[in-house]
Design a binder for this molecule. Sequence first.
Ligand SMILES: C[S@@+](CC[C@H](N)C(=O)[O-])C[C@H]1O[C@@H](n2cnc3c(N)ncnc32)[C@H](O)[C@@H]1O
Length: 315
Amino acid sequence: MKGQSRRKGRAKHNKPQRIEESLQPKHSIKHKKKTHQPQNTQSNISRRKGRANHSSASSNPPKSSSSSSSFLDKVKARLAGGHFRMINEKLYTCTGKEALDYFKEDPDLFNMYHTGYQEQMSHWPEQPVNRIIKWLKDRSSSIIVADFGCGDARLAKNVKNKVFSFDLVSNNPSVIACDMSNVPLESSSVDVAVFCLSLMGTNYASYLQEAYRVLKPSGWLLIAEVKSRFDPNNGGADPNQFTKAVCEMGFTSELKDFANKMFVLLYFKKKEKQSSKSREIEWPELKPCIYKTSLTFICIKTRDESPETYLSDTR
Ligand SMILES: C[S@@+](CC[C@H](N)C(=O)[O-])C[C@H]1O[C@@H](n2cnc3c(N)ncnc32)[C@H](O)[C@@H]1O
């Protein structure tokens, strides 16, 4: 039963409604059927509680509009969280090309994703992008950077370097919208390629191949990724297998930093000379970083105290 409602939720969320739309009382028809409701539904319990308190409730002043608006804000936040998780899961389970088409169809989904992403990141003690900003600030500002999957282009905004920022959607003139497996840069044209939490697509190896193409010899490849994706004890990839695959592409591994609780930082350098051997590289699967699911019942009471119950799968 639980599985069924979750599957239904998924199908419904293939293209999420806007938050405001999902708050419209389109299920209010349910509320005419209240005589058929089973005895102990959440809505009946709420109604009974309402009756028991009726005399004191009637003498109480009406609830202020600020408390109902803060309740609505909470509802909106829960729904937004659900939409974020759904878009996030999509990005981790499709190719870059599919992700590009997904956002082309509805660019608002990108903003929804980034609002949720910023919310999630606000709980992290340290943001990996700040570590990369610091790394760049410790070097010459003349080095040229390509930021693959730049998000809100925080990296470009915080360094003096020339930064080419790429993402699936551009909300900012400095961001180039594209699938990062094919960026509009000349071969051997940048000194540093950055992937900060952006190896999301199932074809992530093609993003790294593209970084290899645009990097100058001896250029740096910096990868920051969610730690659990490199935890073999929890279904994550073996970091050594991942490093070996990157090195087989033509890099040397310079530093692996596993000190942070939330993310790992991997530093590679492109070899001066390309290896003549062209063999098939075995890339480990990088497990999607999926956030927890919660099934939320939201009970909204209208003025006449008839409850309307919405079932919201906030995946
Ligand atoms: C988790 S966010 C990280 C954003 C930014 N790097 C940061 O650290 O704040 C990952 C970003 O990668 C982008 N992305 C994922 N796959 C992509 C692709 N194939 N091409 C371009 N951008 C991609 C997503 O749209 C998203 O903005």
